[in-house]
Write a protein that binds this ligand. Sequence first.
Ligand code: 13P
Ligand code: SF4
Length: 369
Amino acid sequence: MSSVIEAVRPMEDYLVMSEAELDERIAAAKRELGSRVVILGHHYQRDDVVRHADLTGDSYQLSVMASKTDAEFIVFCGVHFMAESADVLGKPTQRVILPDLGAGCSMADMATIDQVEDAWEQLREIGVLDQRVAPITYMNSTAAIKAFCGRNEGVVCTSSNAVPLFDVYLKNFDKMFFFPDQHLGRNTGKKFGIPLEKMALWDPHKELGGNSPEELLEAKLILWRGHCSVHGRFKPWHVDQIREKVPGVKILVHPECVHEVVEMSDLNGSTSYIIKTVEESPAGSKWAIGTEVNLVSRLADRFPDKEIHLLAPDLCMCATMYRISPQSLAWSLDNLVEGVVVNEIVVDDETKHFANIALARMIEMTEKK
Ligand code: 13P
Ligand code: SF4
């Protein structure tokens, strides 16, 4: 849920300001608000926004880091589900702001709580829930879906810890229903040797997700038909092309890419893993990276002694994350200075409670590993 409060400073004023003026306003508002505000910048955020961030990181890390500060206001330069997670994990006194409410995540939007609850009921009707089925959701999902997992013995996972969590759940449950990213689910399932025939794909727009009852009863993994439009743009031919063009190049991709690309790559892992791998690689090493372009460009700038390419030659940008601009950041901060909280993201208490149960399970199970 987000609340739209009348801004004392209208957004239109900011659309005509120069870059220098916007930078100055952001810096002045930060000085004025001091430790009352913390600005979070996701790794995929554009340069002209991320340079104003107090903390940078991946979505889960950022929420945890913000919850450990005493800031009253968390301004999340990321997308909607990330701001919700910051509200779920934050202190009760902390208020979360998303500078542009249009900054959604197309993948998270592919699974609504109504669709997920309906799918669960359909599975119950055909007897699939007589088996032990665990719902598992990727961090890139609404707080309501995280809460659904919390209520039903399930868990939240990130791209960093999907493997240890699958390990626990595959040992303790008959099957898993994975939301909303089919590719992370499939790529992780493959690491455990689950054959593709045992992975059913659930299309929320079709009866029984487009499967027969037998297929669903037999499946080990049911994958929600969601995907990331950014990572979906990397194709197997990009891998062939860059290997031919740059001898000795290593392919490093995010597990949101299709499984053919992940299988052809040398290494795959979360955004943090990608950064760490490049940081630790020797000078002169050559990388073609399959993830969001802002992250790849910053790595290329940081490491001029390494040869860093974007895996696809065309622009693979998270267009919704790009909605957060210096204009919307300056606008939300200036309103805070005036005592007005614009674009607040509020998760209701019950959803927060159950989402926290799923997140607490994630932390407990990954710490045990
Ligand atoms: P992280 O969880 O690594 O921040 O990734 C978020 C994301 O949106 C990847 O596409
Ligand atoms: Fe969502 Fe993909 Fe953007 Fe990540 S990169 S926020 S999964 S649309």
